[in-house]
Ligand binder design. Structure first.
Ligand code: SF4
Length: 634
């Protein structure tokens, strides 16, 4: 008897329209557990090296985990993996919402999709039954319209739909995938992979409850966490001010990314704070499956010419900054509109804001002209221009076609030194957290296999002094001593090795980072107990940390196979220089030598070759990955 997982993995070939179901043994599940670990197993075993990410040979994998679907706080997430068209390496993105739990209830632990349909289709899964349906009438439609039509034609309002909008169809390299219109597999361009397969949507409906080993214990822990949610400042703030709460400290400190990263000082920052947001555009908050925290923003604007539909949620911190201060915009209503457009077209807001801000700087420096922009005055602060550029990128018109390739490829085409104005790691645009004030986040940007990402580990301030949540609550991992957010020494490297693995476990299991320590109210012990009570496995944090490490080594090996080297573990040059203007003027530069030393130490701590960063055979053997030894010995 299996608990937590269904034992069924669905394989689908869209070229032949055939499907089959695999039933792996328990040991397979206990080795890979789901999410990125399970996906990487198939990517390494069933995909040829150097596959074109937009070809039928790329595998597109939807993977919840062995605990997805348990009715416990903040465990709603699932992973999508494929070779990324943005980075050319391992692509991955997690989303909350309801789709992952629904897939489990419909009878599957994962879907592995290969091939490509000649005409648009969508997949309908209901309680174990599979149907490939025509989607010609849905192609070109935005996500709201698509969801409405699918629910109507399947005459079931309870269906959960993961889908792409026109950005995915048009192969924008940073298109994403959305479920329930506002929960995104946000980065790495996985929506373009779905578009390349002509797969518009996956509609799922499941009515079978997931078998739990100890349902009573799960519900007891759920009650205990839920009771604390409104009293604990971390989870209360998540609901009351949400991620926009990060704007004020960043702008007051002078590290709010602005004007394409040329400064951290944005003098109109007050207009972007959570307090302004709540007073002006917030309609309410919503949550994900079984989560009492309800931190997701919902925005409504009813002004003529500037309507924003609450169905698409509202901008989170990253989007406020990438579509706001980064482009010199301080009008939250326009930012909310830009966010809504990205959402209904399924385009990552971080990369969208970054490519537009990059183009604005090119325009300011005379590298692009009005002729290139199609008559748009592409100056910082021009809010109408941002909305127009989003349309152009999604529909790949004029300059939008170039920007749809991401800032790295766009700068190669523009040339003229424009590469100075892009900020990316492994081809993915960096998120809105300045690593000069959070060096651990900087290390994670550099080391992340799927390019710069702010959700690769908990952030430095949670470990800054003895009263910090990370120090008080994570002693079980051996985290005993605080480390300054700007430190780049051995203690920081050791801490972030652990944090990288810890949050990787969250990603594999579909646990939301906002639900458990150090970011929120659930403890490590409670999470472990939920996992045990769901699966019946007497697991430990030791086993879970090895699982996280296993998947990191698989991703590292995958990227090595695709041609990545230690030269790709890097940070944009700007972070080795001081801030210009504002409270931090003349300060903050990361010492490049310290950073390089830190990277080398991190390689060694991971059991990788100190020079090349390639996993050693001993490390692969330790993690049960001896089947990868040939890959690293080549
Ligand atoms: S904390 Fe917020 S994002 Fe995370 S699962 Fe709960 S509602 Fe969703």
């Amino acid at each position: 008897m299996s608990y937590g997982y269904t034992g069924n993995i669905l394989h689908l070939d869209l070229s032949s329209k055939k499907h089959w179901i695999e039933n792996p043994a328990e040991n397979f599940y206990r080795t890979y557990w789901g999410g990125r670990a399970l996906a990487l197993y198939y990517m390494l075993n069933q995909m040829k090296p150097h596959t074109d990410p937009l070809s039928p040979d790329n595998l597109l994998i939807f993977a919840p985990s062995v605990i997805t679907g348990v009715s416990a706080p903040a465990i709603p997430r699932y992973t999508v993996c494929a070779k990324s068209p943005l980075t050319g390496g391992q692509g991955e993105a997690e989303a909350g919402g309801w789709w992952g739990p629904e897939l489990k209830k419909a009878g599957f632990d994962a879907i592995i999709i290969r091939g490509s349909s000649s005409t648009p289709v969508y997949l309908y899964i209901k309680d174990g039954k599979i149907e490939i349906k025509d989607a010609t009438h849905l192609w070109g439609k935005d996500t709201g319209e698509t969801q409405r039509i699918i629910k109507e034609e399947l005459t079931d309002d309870k269906i959960r739909i993961a889908q792409i909008g026109p950005a995915g169809e048009n192969l924008v390299r940073f298109a994403n995938i959305v479920n329930e219109l506002k929960h995104f597999n946000g980065r790495n361009g996985l929506g373009a992979v779905m578009g390349s397969k002509k797969l518009k949507a996956i509609a799922v409906r499941g009515t079978k409850p997931i078998e739990l080993y100890n349902k009573e214990r799960v519900s007891q822990i759920t009650k205990e966490i839920t009771k604390r949610v409104m009293d604990n400042p971390l989870s209360r703030d998540l609901r009351e001010i949400g991620t926009p709460g990060v704007v004020r400290p960043s702008y007051e400190a002078g590290c709010l990314p602005s004007y394409n990263w040329t400064t951290g000082y944005f003098k109109e920052g007050e207009n972007l704070t959570a307090e302004t947001y709540n007073k002006t555009i917030l309609k309410g908050t919503k949550g994900c499956y079984a989560c009492p925290i309800r931190c997701k923003r919902v925005v409504e604007i009813n002004e003529p010419g500037l309507k924003v539909d609450p169905a698409y949620g509202g901008p989170e911190y990253e989007s406020i900054v990438s579509l706001g201060s980064l482009c010199g915009i301080s009008d939250l209503k326009y930012i909310a509109k830009a966010n809504e457009l990205c959402n209904k077209y399924t385009m990552d807001t971080i990369s969208a804001g970054m490519v537009i801000a990059f183009a604005m700087q090119c325009y300011q420096e005379g590298l692009l002209s009005k002729k290139d922009t199609g008559g748009i005055e592409l100056t910082f602060g021009n809010k109408e221009a941002v909305l127009k550029m989003i349309e152009k990128i999604v529909h790949r018109e004029g300059l939008g076609d170039l920007l749809s390739q991401g800032s790295y490829l766009a700068s190669q085409k523009i040339g003229q030194g424009s590469e100075k104005f892009i900020y990316q790691v492994k081809g993915q645009e960096i998120p809105m957290h300045d690593p000069r004030l959070k060096t651990g986040v900087g290390l994670q940007y550099a080391l992340s296999d799927y390019g710069a990402d702010h959700m690769k580990a908990a952030h430095d301030p949670f470990f800054k002094d003895k009263d910090s949540v990370g120090i008080k609550e994570m002693k079980g991992l051996g985290i005993l001593e605080p480390v300054s957010p700007t430190d780049m020494g051995q203690k920081k490297v050791t801490l972030f090795k652990l944090l990288d693995i810890y949050w990787t476990v969250f990603d594999i299991l579909g646990v939301c980072d906002f639900g458990y320590v150090p970011r929120s109210v659930g403890t490590m012990e409670e999470l472990l107990e939920i996992i045990r009570s769901t699966t019946g496995w007497r697991t430990t944090w030791f086993e879970l940390m090895k699982l996280g490490e296993r998947s990191i080594n698989m991703a590292r090996t995958y990227n090595y196979r695709e041609g990545f080297t230690s030269q790709d573990d890097t940070l944009p040059e700007i972070f080795y220089h001081n801030f210009k203007s504002g409270p931090l003027d003349g300060q903050g530069a990361i010492d490049k030598k310290d950073f390089e030393k830190a990277l080398r130490l991190r390689y060694e701590l991971m059991g990788w070759n100190a020079d090349t960063g390639i996993p050693t055979t001993a490390k692969l053997i330790e993690l049960g990955l001896d089947w990868l030894i040939d890959e690293v010995s080549r």
